[in-house]
Design a protein around this ligand. Structure first.
Ligand code: PEP
Ligand code: MG
Length: 586
């Protein structure tokens, strides 16, 4: 979920291919003429996009559309189309679709990632031609015509990252859960969202007015005017309450009743979120998910571009620290041009440091950019998915190698830069006492830790109700990692979504967590929550919780936080006529 209220017309966003009709034709010339006209319009579209992207982002990013123009001009495809049309005597959109599917099948059977990429490109071009032939409208999240609530089965990180955030005012997503990346990005962009809503695209008709209440998980379809008026008032109250909360706590660092300061840092995906982070007076960036620099583009960012991005964030947040996480590619975050093959178990697959250690070219470029940026502020480097000490040593050896290169070229960087381990694989918790001796800090990634500990895929909505942060095993793991950090005198923070949920704040502090990093939108609430917590009492609470046997018992003990929570465990979708009770979804 992502808190807040949005009211507006729905926009159904589908990735599915078009429903292509099939019928017999006799006038083949007319069909050929329809194809010519659709091809011409597609060519004009692609040329216009190419020009626009060249002027907005540069030629490098526009290359893909040039490649699409070449596919469109493929004479072989054209000749085959004509031959099929004559042979089958079926409408041209059906002929084109059948031929494209046949091509795709052939390309997918070849075990070469370049062919797979070409498949996606071919389908993209064919979809454009089909759109003109069928005169069909396809929603485009980059440029929305009016303020809309996006209803989709799923959004890829690139859909979300490239969304027109001025007009996408709310999200209703069928797939995923509170920690899927579309949910994380929705919170980062402060867009109210309800995630994991079964059958949302089937239940909601296009253009229907919808109310999304991301704080309570409620969706109201076709609301009566008085319901709309009630929610608009609630929306205004929320905006006012948030502004008040911001004013009252903005300048003060978070402090417990017994006067212990707790650093609250921001998680960011894109440099533009720095503004949000500064607005809520974040004490630094606790997690910069740098892989977002690599997503949604056709070529890798070079060292200079990465350096600029990291140095910008370091300067903007100085004197506070900025924790740069090396790219966590893989899992549910794909980079088309890196040719990562589809895996049966991507969450257990070629991800994060596993990928980086096998692609030292890409890894070293990123580390060079990070180290160079450390000359402009307080930068710390953190590695995702560390599973044991050998892996940590290997990545640190690459840092040492890159540092030596910089020394040889007399390029400045922070020689005392802190290097931390993300604790998000259960083996890292079991070895926390060893890892703590070779790490400058720990940051617990509860999103992944819970997924791996409980064997619950974090993006699979079917089992989302089993994803349980209050599971006693999760609590014990957090405690074990925090205690190992304390013994070895290093800080231990949490940067998973649990950090931004007020239900857990007191427990986390009691377990020994020393700082929290979360979506900027959650910081004022957690800061206010901390001002009601006594650390001594929190430790007593944690001791009690560590003895508990069930998640239910733990959740019942953790009730009564002082503010409305950012999320809820059930959603409800209702029309003004009927109520469809939601399944337990987080
Ligand atoms: C986590 O796993 O908790 C985390 C913060 O990293 P990500 O959500 O990017 O995997
Ligand atoms: Mg993670």
């Amino acid at each position: 979920m992502s808190p807040g209220i949005a009211i507006g017309p729905s926009l159904l966003f589908f990735h599915d291919r078009y429903d292509v009709p099939v019928y017999a034709v006799t006038d083949l010339e007319a069909e050929q003429a329809r194809l010519d006209a659709a091809m011409l319009k597609t060519r004009q579209d692609l040329e216009a996009i190419y020009e626009r992207v060249v002027s907005d982002l540069g030629k490098r990013h526009a290359d893909i559309f040039h490649a699409h123009l070449l596919i469109l001009d493929d004479i072989g495809l054209r000749e085959e189309l004509t031959a099929h049309l004559e042979e089958q005597q079926k409408n041209v959109e059906h002929t084109l679709d059948t031929l494209a599917r046949r091509y795709v099948q052939a390309m997918e059977s070849v075990d070469d990632p370049r062919f797979r990429e070409r498949t996606a490109d071919l389908l993209d071009v064919v979809d454009r031609v089909l759109r003109h032939l069928l005169d069909a409208e396809r929603p485009n999240l980059r440029r929305l015509e009016r303020e809309s609530i996006i209803v989709a089965h799923d959004l890829t990180p690139s859909d979300t990252a490239s969304m027109d955030t001025n007009k996408a005012i709310g999200l209703i997503i069928e797939a995923g859960s509170v920690t899927s990346h579309s949910a994380i990005l929705a919170r980062a962009l402060e867009i109210p969202a309800v995630i994991g809503v079964a059958d949302a695209p089937a239940e909601i008709s296009a253009g229907a007015t919808v109310i999304v209440d991301g704080s309570s998980g409620r969706i109201i379809l076709d609301p009566a005017p008085e319901t709309c008026a009630r929610y608009r008032k609630a929306q205004q109250r929320l905006v006012k309450r948030r502004a008040k909360l911001l004013r009252s706590t903005k300048q003060k660092p978070a402090r417990t009743l017994d006067d212990v300061e707790v650093a609250l840092r921001a998680n960011i995906e894109l440099p533009l979120e720095i503004e949000h982070s500064k607005n809520v007076n974040a004490q630094g960036i606790g997690l910069y998910r740098t892989e977002y620099l690599f997503i949604d583009r056709n070529s890798l960012p070079d060292e200079e571009e990465q350096y600029e991005a990291y140095a910008y964030v370091a300067r903007a947040m100085a004197p506070h620290p900025v924790v740069l996480r090396t790219m966590d590619i893989g899992g549910d975050k794909f980079v088309a041009h890196l040719q990562i093959l589809k895996e049966d178990n991507p969450q257990l697959g070629w991800r994060a440091v596993r990928f980086c250690l096998e692609r030292p070219d890409i890894f070293k470029t990123q580390l060079r950019a990070m180290l160079r940026a450390s000359a402009h502020g307080t930068i710390e480097i953190m590695f995702p998915m560390i599973s044991g000490v050998e892996e940590l040593r290997k990545v640190k050896a690459v840092v040492a190698e890159v540092s030596q290169d910089l020394d040889a070229s007399k390029i400045p960087y922070d020689r005392n830069i802190k290097i931390g381990s993300m604790i998000e694989v259960p083996s890292a918790v079991m070895l926390a006492d060893i890892l703590a001796q070779e790490s400058d800090f720990f940051s617990i990634g509860t999103n992944d830790l819970i997924q791996y500990l409980l064997a619950v895929d974090r993006v699979n909505e079917k089992i989302a109700h089993l994803y349980e942060p209050a599971h006693p095993a999760v609590v014990r793991m957090i405690h074990q990692a925090a205690q190992a950090a304390r013994v070895h005198n290093i800080p231990c923070s949490i940067c998973g979504e649990m950090a931004g949920d007020a239900l857990y704040t007191e427990l986390l502090l009691g377990l020994g967590i020393t700082s929290l990093s979360m979506a900027p939108v959650a910081i004022p609430m957690i800061r206010a929550e901390i001002s009601h917590i006594h650390l001594g009492e929190a430790r007593t609470l944690a001791r009690g919780v560590l003895k508990m046997r069930t998640a239910q018992e733990i959740k019942e003990t953790l009730v009564a936080p002082h503010l409305i929570r950012a999320r809820k465990y059930d959603y409800v979708m209702e029309t003004e006529r009927e109520t469809i009770p939601g399944k337990k979804n987080d």
